[in-house]
Ligand binder design. Structure first.
Ligand code: CA
Length: 242
């Protein structure tokens, strides 16, 4: 059974990408569309603001360096008129002070180029979970498990599982994309800090611990090992009405 990403089911969340590099812009549009979002794109600040005025975005992916009106100016323009639309700022390496300035101006998060698309998608989802909790119900159910993502809680038949934050993060990556295989490399990119990446073998060790804590040895496998590729959550996942 193939599931679509559960957190975005029936979603009409609209995302605006403001990025002047055509290939990167297209890549982001394609992947966000694939995730089920409605997506608009602009190549500079002024057309970006115009696109947002024409159809209000629920989140803006905003490149910092743009040809004429840069990301800071766009962000400032938004915040100056009390528009609190969530903004994920894209910066290039070497713009460390710019990053901090961006956050102080009211960006919700930032990503340093080059980044993986999966990392971007994960950040987008994290921001949307914070800002649109109604569209992103925090409680998920799968088989005998219940997951409370914001609280980092996982229960099996009412019993709390003692997971480390890292194990929970790996579990979150798998259960929010049920049926999709994640390579070890993807898991490393999504669950570890960018500058502290251990070996792929470390992922296997964490998965083994996770399986033990989920209680796989006593019953059905929840996390499948897919050839030499990676791992996937095999059971369907449903949102749990509050
Ligand atoms: Ca740029």
């Amino acid at each position: 059974m193939v599931n679509s990403p559960v957190l975005e089911r029936d979603s009409v969340i609209h995302i605006l990408v403001v990025e002047d590099e055509p290939s990167l812009c297209q890549l982001l549009v394609n992947n966000l569309t694939f995730e089920g979002y409605s997506v608009a794109a602009a190549g500079d600040g002024v057309p970006g603001l115009a696109a947002h005025a024409a159809r209000r975005a629920d989140l803006i992916v905003l490149d910092l360096m743009l040809p004429q009106m840069d990301g800071f100016a766009v962000l400032k323009s938004l915040r100056d008129r009390r528009d609190e639309v969530p903004v994920l700022m894209l910066t290039a390496r070497g713009e460390e002070t710019d990053r901090l300035q961006g956050l102080s101006l009211g960006a919700d998060d930032y990503l340093v180029k080059p980044f993986s698309v999966l990392e971007l998608i994960a950040r987008v989802k994290a921001i949307l979970r914070r800002t649109r909790p109604v569209d992103h119900p925090p409680l998920l159910r799968s088989g005998p498990f219940r997951f409370d993502l914001p609280r980092l809680e996982a229960k099996r038949e009412g019993r709390m599982l003692e997971l480390t934050p890292r194990e929970f993060r790996i579990l979150e990556i798998l259960i929010t994309h049920p049926g999709r295989t994640h390579s070890r490399k993807e898991v490393l990119q999504l669950a570890w800090e960018p500058d502290a990446r251990p070996s792929a073998r470390t992922v296997d060790v964490h998965i083994a611990n996770l399986r033990r804590k989920l209680g796989e040895e006593t019953g059905a496998p929840w996390i499948a090992t897919v050839g030499g590729e990676g791992y996937r959550w095999v059971t369907s996942v449903e949102t749990d009405p509050l």
